[in-house]
Design a protein around this ligand. Sequence first.
Ligand SMILES: [Zn+2]
Length: 84
Amino acid sequence: MKKIPAVTPTIPDVNIKVTFPKECDIGVSYCRMLLHDTLLNDDGFRTGISDTPLCSCGVEKESVEHVLLRCQKYTEARQLMFDN
Ligand SMILES: [Zn+2]
């Protein structure tokens, strides 16, 4: 029988206690954001699936932080989330 090597996942040091949501799809998205393994251009450019790391707004790289906190394309959705 073929042996399967042990795998120890490495999660970047986020300096906070991480609590994962109970919903599987949200938990998977959360892990992908923590591991910089998203379909956003910054991650895609690093892995070769995007031609540019920039956001289509043209202001900066399309990173998780940019999309969640600063991108002008999502200002209305961000405000709606914070208000509810
Ligand atoms: Zn943007």
